[in-house]
Design a binder for this molecule. Structure first.
Ligand SMILES: Cc1ncc(COP(=O)(O)O)c(C=O)c1O
Length: 368
Protein backbone atom coordinates (compact mmCIF):
# COMPACT_ATOMS: atom_id res chain seq x y z
CA UNK A 1 0.00 0.00 0.00
CA UNK A 2 1.48 3.44 -0.85
CA UNK A 3 2.51 5.39 2.24
CA UNK A 4 1.25 8.94 2.46
CA UNK A 5 4.10 11.53 2.43
CA UNK A 6 2.66 13.07 5.59
CA UNK A 7 3.51 9.93 7.45
CA UNK A 8 7.23 10.72 7.19
CA UNK A 9 6.76 14.07 8.85
CA UNK A 10 4.92 12.37 11.72
CA UNK A 11 7.48 9.67 12.51
CA UNK A 12 10.06 10.71 15.10
CA UNK A 13 13.14 11.91 13.14
CA UNK A 14 15.51 9.74 15.16
CA UNK A 15 13.72 6.59 13.93
CA UNK A 16 14.21 7.32 10.24
CA UNK A 17 17.79 6.07 9.83
CA UNK A 18 17.40 3.00 12.09
CA UNK A 19 17.81 -0.33 10.31
CA UNK A 20 15.20 -2.81 11.52
CA UNK A 21 16.79 -5.78 13.31
CA UNK A 22 17.06 -8.75 10.93
CA UNK A 23 17.00 -12.06 12.77
CA UNK A 24 18.46 -15.33 11.47
CA UNK A 25 16.34 -16.86 8.71
CA UNK A 26 13.57 -19.05 10.18
CA UNK A 27 13.63 -22.77 9.26
CA UNK A 28 10.05 -22.77 8.01
CA UNK A 29 10.75 -19.84 5.68
CA UNK A 30 13.76 -21.61 4.11
CA UNK A 31 11.87 -24.88 3.72
CA UNK A 32 9.01 -23.02 2.03
CA UNK A 33 11.25 -21.00 -0.30
CA UNK A 34 13.61 -23.79 -1.36
CA UNK A 35 11.28 -26.79 -1.03
CA UNK A 36 13.76 -28.43 1.39
CA UNK A 37 12.54 -30.82 4.09
CA UNK A 38 15.35 -31.45 6.56
CA UNK A 39 16.92 -28.02 6.89
CA UNK A 40 18.94 -27.17 10.01
CA UNK A 41 19.13 -23.76 11.65
CA UNK A 42 22.52 -22.75 12.98
CA UNK A 43 21.87 -19.03 12.80
CA UNK A 44 20.42 -17.67 16.04
CA UNK A 45 22.47 -19.25 18.84
CA UNK A 46 19.55 -21.36 20.00
CA UNK A 47 19.86 -24.66 21.89
CA UNK A 48 20.32 -27.52 19.42
CA UNK A 49 19.01 -30.06 21.96
CA UNK A 50 15.57 -28.45 22.12
CA UNK A 51 13.87 -27.07 25.24
CA UNK A 52 14.52 -28.26 28.79
CA UNK A 53 12.28 -31.37 29.15
CA UNK A 54 11.26 -30.30 32.67
CA UNK A 55 10.12 -26.96 31.25
CA UNK A 56 7.96 -28.72 28.66
CA UNK A 57 6.26 -30.82 31.36
CA UNK A 58 5.60 -27.69 33.41
CA UNK A 59 4.07 -25.84 30.48
CA UNK A 60 1.73 -28.75 29.70
CA UNK A 61 0.61 -28.73 33.32
CA UNK A 62 -0.24 -25.04 33.23
CA UNK A 63 -1.84 -24.81 29.76
CA UNK A 64 -5.35 -24.63 31.11
CA UNK A 65 -4.52 -21.55 33.20
CA UNK A 66 -3.75 -19.26 30.28
CA UNK A 67 -7.09 -17.49 30.42
CA UNK A 68 -5.62 -15.75 33.49
CA UNK A 69 -3.09 -12.94 33.41
CA UNK A 70 0.32 -14.03 34.63
CA UNK A 71 1.85 -12.90 37.93
CA UNK A 72 2.95 -9.36 37.05
CA UNK A 73 5.94 -9.52 39.36
CA UNK A 74 6.88 -13.17 38.54
CA UNK A 75 6.48 -14.00 42.24
CA UNK A 76 7.38 -17.72 42.25
CA UNK A 77 10.14 -17.38 39.67
CA UNK A 78 11.53 -14.47 41.69
CA UNK A 79 11.54 -16.52 44.91
CA UNK A 80 13.22 -19.47 43.24
CA UNK A 81 15.84 -17.43 41.42
CA UNK A 82 16.71 -15.19 44.36
CA UNK A 83 17.50 -18.34 46.38
CA UNK A 84 19.45 -19.91 43.52
CA UNK A 85 21.55 -16.79 42.97
CA UNK A 86 21.70 -15.77 46.62
CA UNK A 87 20.45 -12.25 45.94
CA UNK A 88 17.55 -10.30 47.48
CA UNK A 89 14.28 -10.59 45.61
CA UNK A 90 14.15 -6.82 45.06
CA UNK A 91 17.37 -7.06 43.04
CA UNK A 92 15.62 -8.98 40.24
CA UNK A 93 13.64 -7.72 37.24
CA UNK A 94 12.19 -10.11 34.65
CA UNK A 95 11.82 -9.46 30.95
CA UNK A 96 10.25 -10.77 27.78
CA UNK A 97 13.66 -12.14 26.86
CA UNK A 98 16.78 -10.41 28.13
CA UNK A 99 16.40 -8.20 25.03
CA UNK A 100 13.59 -6.43 26.80
CA UNK A 101 15.75 -5.70 29.84
CA UNK A 102 18.41 -4.14 27.62
CA UNK A 103 15.71 -1.94 26.13
CA UNK A 104 14.42 -1.11 29.66
CA UNK A 105 17.94 -0.02 30.61
CA UNK A 106 18.06 2.45 27.75
CA UNK A 107 14.49 3.62 28.35
CA UNK A 108 15.28 4.19 32.02
CA UNK A 109 18.62 5.97 31.78
CA UNK A 110 18.99 7.52 28.33
CA UNK A 111 17.36 10.70 27.06
CA UNK A 112 17.88 12.81 23.96
CA UNK A 113 21.58 13.42 23.21
CA UNK A 114 22.77 11.32 26.14
CA UNK A 115 25.63 9.01 25.21
CA UNK A 116 25.80 5.23 25.31
CA UNK A 117 29.19 3.55 24.89
CA UNK A 118 29.24 0.22 23.06
CA UNK A 119 31.84 -1.98 21.39
CA UNK A 120 32.07 -2.51 17.65
CA UNK A 121 31.03 -5.14 16.69
CA UNK A 122 28.50 -6.06 19.37
CA UNK A 123 24.87 -7.05 19.89
CA UNK A 124 22.75 -4.85 17.61
CA UNK A 125 19.93 -4.16 20.06
CA UNK A 126 22.12 -1.74 22.09
CA UNK A 127 22.36 0.65 19.17
CA UNK A 128 18.74 0.28 18.06
CA UNK A 129 17.38 0.88 21.58
CA UNK A 130 19.62 3.93 22.06
CA UNK A 131 18.61 5.53 18.79
CA UNK A 132 14.92 4.92 19.53
CA UNK A 133 15.39 7.07 22.65
CA UNK A 134 17.23 9.69 20.58
CA UNK A 135 20.46 8.95 22.41
CA UNK A 136 23.90 9.03 20.81
CA UNK A 137 25.78 5.80 20.24
CA UNK A 138 29.53 5.97 20.83
CA UNK A 139 31.13 2.96 19.14
CA UNK A 140 34.52 1.75 20.25
CA UNK A 141 36.25 -0.65 17.83
CA UNK A 142 37.40 -3.94 19.32
CA UNK A 143 41.08 -4.82 19.32
CA UNK A 144 41.68 -8.17 17.74
CA UNK A 145 38.08 -9.17 18.53
CA UNK A 146 38.38 -8.26 22.21
CA UNK A 147 36.88 -5.33 24.11
CA UNK A 148 39.23 -2.34 24.21
CA UNK A 149 38.26 -1.23 27.70
CA UNK A 150 40.93 1.50 27.82
CA UNK A 151 39.45 3.09 24.71
CA UNK A 152 35.95 2.72 26.18
CA UNK A 153 37.13 4.43 29.36
CA UNK A 154 38.45 7.32 27.30
CA UNK A 155 35.00 7.88 25.82
CA UNK A 156 33.27 8.46 29.17
CA UNK A 157 32.23 12.08 29.69
CA UNK A 158 29.46 14.05 31.42
CA UNK A 159 26.94 12.97 28.76
CA UNK A 160 27.62 9.23 29.20
CA UNK A 161 24.69 7.45 30.82
CA UNK A 162 25.18 3.80 29.92
CA UNK A 163 27.92 1.39 28.87
CA UNK A 164 27.08 -2.01 27.39
CA UNK A 165 29.48 -4.90 27.78
CA UNK A 166 28.32 -8.18 26.27
CA UNK A 167 30.30 -10.75 28.18
CA UNK A 168 30.85 -12.83 26.14
CA UNK A 169 30.14 -10.68 23.13
CA UNK A 170 27.89 -11.57 20.23
CA UNK A 171 28.91 -11.85 17.36
CA UNK A 172 32.58 -12.33 18.27
CA UNK A 173 32.34 -14.84 21.16
CA UNK A 174 35.27 -13.59 23.27
CA UNK A 175 34.99 -12.49 26.91
CA UNK A 176 36.36 -9.91 29.36
CA UNK A 177 38.21 -11.38 32.37
CA UNK A 178 37.30 -10.53 35.97
CA UNK A 179 40.52 -8.56 36.47
CA UNK A 180 39.99 -6.42 33.37
CA UNK A 181 36.33 -5.88 34.19
CA UNK A 182 37.04 -4.89 37.79
CA UNK A 183 39.78 -2.45 36.76
CA UNK A 184 37.33 -0.91 34.32
CA UNK A 185 34.44 -0.69 36.81
CA UNK A 186 36.70 1.05 39.34
CA UNK A 187 37.19 3.83 36.84
CA UNK A 188 33.56 4.30 35.79
CA UNK A 189 31.75 7.15 37.63
CA UNK A 190 28.97 5.83 39.87
CA UNK A 191 26.30 7.76 37.96
CA UNK A 192 27.07 5.81 34.76
CA UNK A 193 25.28 2.47 34.58
CA UNK A 194 27.25 -0.50 33.22
CA UNK A 195 25.10 -3.24 31.69
CA UNK A 196 26.85 -6.58 31.71
CA UNK A 197 24.98 -8.72 29.21
CA UNK A 198 25.62 -12.35 30.18
CA UNK A 199 23.34 -14.12 27.69
CA UNK A 200 26.01 -16.82 27.23
CA UNK A 201 26.95 -17.04 30.93
CA UNK A 202 26.34 -20.80 31.25
CA UNK A 203 28.87 -21.53 28.50
CA UNK A 204 31.51 -19.00 29.54
CA UNK A 205 31.54 -19.61 33.31
CA UNK A 206 33.79 -22.66 32.92
CA UNK A 207 36.66 -20.27 32.26
CA UNK A 208 38.54 -19.66 35.52
CA UNK A 209 38.98 -15.93 34.94
CA UNK A 210 35.38 -15.32 33.81
CA UNK A 211 33.92 -12.71 36.20
CA UNK A 212 31.82 -13.68 39.20
CA UNK A 213 29.63 -10.71 38.39
CA UNK A 214 27.06 -11.29 41.15
CA UNK A 215 29.87 -10.80 43.68
CA UNK A 216 30.87 -7.57 41.93
CA UNK A 217 27.36 -6.21 42.52
CA UNK A 218 28.28 -5.76 46.18
CA UNK A 219 31.00 -3.26 45.24
CA UNK A 220 29.50 -1.58 42.19
CA UNK A 221 25.98 -0.26 42.71
CA UNK A 222 25.94 1.00 39.10
CA UNK A 223 26.19 -2.53 37.67
CA UNK A 224 23.27 -4.28 36.00
CA UNK A 225 23.65 -7.92 34.90
CA UNK A 226 21.31 -9.52 32.37
CA UNK A 227 20.89 -13.25 31.74
CA UNK A 228 18.47 -15.38 29.76
CA UNK A 229 16.63 -18.69 29.63
CA UNK A 230 16.88 -18.60 25.82
CA UNK A 231 20.26 -20.24 25.35
CA UNK A 232 21.40 -22.91 27.83
CA UNK A 233 17.82 -23.75 28.92
CA UNK A 234 16.46 -23.85 25.37
CA UNK A 235 13.52 -21.49 25.95
CA UNK A 236 14.19 -18.84 23.27
CA UNK A 237 10.65 -19.08 21.89
CA UNK A 238 9.09 -18.31 25.28
CA UNK A 239 11.00 -15.06 25.80
CA UNK A 240 12.16 -14.90 29.40
CA UNK A 241 15.25 -13.32 30.88
CA UNK A 242 16.22 -11.42 34.02
CA UNK A 243 18.33 -8.58 35.32
CA UNK A 244 20.18 -8.52 38.64
CA UNK A 245 21.25 -5.17 40.04
CA UNK A 246 21.08 -2.94 43.08
CA UNK A 247 17.49 -2.56 44.40
CA UNK A 248 17.62 1.09 43.25
CA UNK A 249 18.33 0.21 39.62
CA UNK A 250 15.76 -2.61 39.74
CA UNK A 251 13.09 -0.24 41.06
CA UNK A 252 13.82 2.22 38.24
CA UNK A 253 13.65 -0.51 35.57
CA UNK A 254 10.28 -1.58 36.96
CA UNK A 255 8.86 1.86 36.24
CA UNK A 256 9.20 1.32 32.46
CA UNK A 257 8.11 -2.33 32.49
CA UNK A 258 4.70 -3.29 31.13
CA UNK A 259 2.56 -4.87 33.87
CA UNK A 260 2.42 -8.44 32.48
CA UNK A 261 5.56 -8.58 30.37
CA UNK A 262 6.50 -12.22 31.09
CA UNK A 263 3.78 -14.66 30.09
CA UNK A 264 2.38 -17.34 32.34
CA UNK A 265 3.85 -20.36 30.51
CA UNK A 266 7.27 -18.72 30.31
CA UNK A 267 7.27 -18.17 34.09
CA UNK A 268 6.33 -21.79 34.81
CA UNK A 269 8.82 -23.13 32.27
CA UNK A 270 11.64 -21.01 33.70
CA UNK A 271 10.88 -22.21 37.26
CA UNK A 272 11.05 -25.84 36.11
CA UNK A 273 14.13 -25.27 33.93
CA UNK A 274 16.09 -24.02 36.94
CA UNK A 275 15.79 -27.55 38.38
CA UNK A 276 16.82 -29.22 35.12
CA UNK A 277 20.49 -29.52 35.97
CA UNK A 278 20.99 -32.64 33.85
CA UNK A 279 19.71 -30.81 30.76
CA UNK A 280 21.97 -27.87 31.50
CA UNK A 281 24.98 -30.19 31.87
CA UNK A 282 24.16 -32.00 28.64
CA UNK A 283 23.80 -28.69 26.81
CA UNK A 284 27.13 -27.35 28.04
CA UNK A 285 28.83 -30.67 27.12
CA UNK A 286 27.31 -30.64 23.62
CA UNK A 287 28.44 -27.05 23.09
CA UNK A 288 31.94 -27.65 24.44
CA UNK A 289 32.49 -30.73 22.28
CA UNK A 290 30.91 -29.11 19.24
CA UNK A 291 33.08 -26.03 19.63
CA UNK A 292 36.23 -28.15 19.63
CA UNK A 293 35.08 -30.08 16.57
CA UNK A 294 34.04 -27.01 14.57
CA UNK A 295 37.11 -24.93 15.31
CA UNK A 296 39.40 -27.86 14.38
CA UNK A 297 37.53 -28.53 11.15
CA UNK A 298 37.46 -24.84 10.19
CA UNK A 299 41.22 -24.67 10.74
CA UNK A 300 41.62 -27.77 8.58
CA UNK A 301 39.77 -25.91 5.84
CA UNK A 302 42.28 -23.07 6.19
CA UNK A 303 39.74 -20.71 7.78
CA UNK A 304 40.45 -18.49 10.78
CA UNK A 305 37.88 -18.56 13.57
CA UNK A 306 37.64 -16.26 16.58
CA UNK A 307 38.41 -17.93 19.94
CA UNK A 308 34.92 -18.33 21.43
CA UNK A 309 33.46 -19.28 24.81
CA UNK A 310 29.87 -19.31 23.54
CA UNK A 311 27.57 -21.62 21.57
CA UNK A 312 28.60 -20.02 18.27
CA UNK A 313 31.72 -19.58 16.18
CA UNK A 314 32.58 -16.53 14.07
CA UNK A 315 34.92 -17.32 11.19
CA UNK A 316 36.53 -15.52 8.29
CA UNK A 317 36.22 -16.81 4.74
CA UNK A 318 38.72 -14.27 3.46
CA UNK A 319 36.36 -13.50 0.58
CA UNK A 320 32.76 -12.23 0.31
CA UNK A 321 30.65 -14.50 2.50
CA UNK A 322 27.26 -13.91 0.88
CA UNK A 323 27.68 -16.49 -1.96
CA UNK A 324 28.83 -19.13 0.55
CA UNK A 325 25.89 -18.27 2.83
CA UNK A 326 23.51 -18.71 -0.11
CA UNK A 327 25.07 -22.04 -1.21
CA UNK A 328 24.65 -23.33 2.34
CA UNK A 329 21.02 -22.19 2.34
CA UNK A 330 20.36 -24.21 -0.82
CA UNK A 331 21.74 -27.25 0.99
CA UNK A 332 19.41 -26.60 3.92
CA UNK A 333 21.99 -25.19 6.34
CA UNK A 334 21.15 -21.77 7.76
CA UNK A 335 24.05 -19.80 9.25
CA UNK A 336 24.28 -16.06 9.92
CA UNK A 337 25.78 -13.65 7.41
CA UNK A 338 27.56 -10.77 9.12
CA UNK A 339 26.69 -7.87 6.80
CA UNK A 340 24.65 -6.13 9.51
CA UNK A 341 27.90 -5.87 11.51
CA UNK A 342 30.00 -4.78 8.53
CA UNK A 343 31.90 -8.08 8.55
CA UNK A 344 31.17 -9.07 4.98
CA UNK A 345 33.77 -11.85 4.73
CA UNK A 346 32.62 -13.55 7.95
CA UNK A 347 29.92 -16.07 8.84
CA UNK A 348 28.68 -17.02 12.30
CA UNK A 349 27.58 -20.57 12.93
CA UNK A 350 25.70 -21.76 16.01
CA UNK A 351 27.09 -24.95 17.51
CA UNK A 352 24.65 -27.77 16.89
CA UNK A 353 24.41 -31.47 17.68
CA UNK A 354 27.35 -33.50 16.39
CA UNK A 355 25.30 -34.53 13.37
CA UNK A 356 24.41 -30.86 12.63
CA UNK A 357 28.06 -29.88 12.99
CA UNK A 358 29.22 -32.62 10.61
CA UNK A 359 26.60 -31.70 8.06
CA UNK A 360 27.57 -28.03 8.24
CA UNK A 361 31.26 -28.82 7.68
CA UNK A 362 30.44 -31.16 4.76
CA UNK A 363 28.23 -28.55 3.06
CA UNK A 364 30.73 -25.77 3.79
CA UNK A 365 33.46 -27.78 2.03
CA UNK A 366 31.14 -28.08 -0.97
CA UNK A 367 30.27 -24.39 -0.88
CA UNK A 368 33.92 -23.31 -0.76
C1 LIG B 1 24.60 -10.85 23.56
C2 LIG B 1 23.14 -11.13 23.58
N1 LIG B 1 22.38 -10.50 24.47
C3 LIG B 1 21.06 -10.70 24.56
C4 LIG B 1 20.43 -11.58 23.71
C5 LIG B 1 18.96 -11.68 23.81
O1 LIG B 1 18.51 -12.89 24.22
P1 LIG B 1 16.99 -13.09 24.70
O2 LIG B 1 16.24 -11.85 24.40
O3 LIG B 1 16.51 -14.25 23.93
O4 LIG B 1 17.09 -13.34 26.17
C6 LIG B 1 21.17 -12.27 22.74
C7 LIG B 1 20.50 -13.16 21.81
O5 LIG B 1 21.01 -13.68 20.87
C8 LIG B 1 22.55 -12.03 22.68
O6 LIG B 1 23.32 -12.63 21.77
Amino acid sequence: MPVSPNFFSTIKPNLIGIKTYTPGKPLEELQREYGIKNAIKMASNENALGPSPKAVVAMRKHLNRVHRYPEGGCHYLRQKLSKALNVYDNQLVFGNGSDELLIFAVRTFVGAKDEVVIADPTFLIYEIATRVENGTVVRVPMKDFHYDLDAMRAKINSKTKLIFIANPDNPVGTYVSEKKLTDFLRFVPRNVVVVLDEAYYDFARIKKDYPDSLRLLKFFKNLMITRTFSKAYGLAGLRVGYAVSSPEIAASLNKVREPFNVNLLAQEAAIAALDDTSFLKKTVKTVTEGRLFLTKELTRLGLVSVDTVTNFVLFNLGKPAQPVYESLLKKGVIVRPMNSWGLSTFLRVTIGTMSDNRRFIKELKGAL
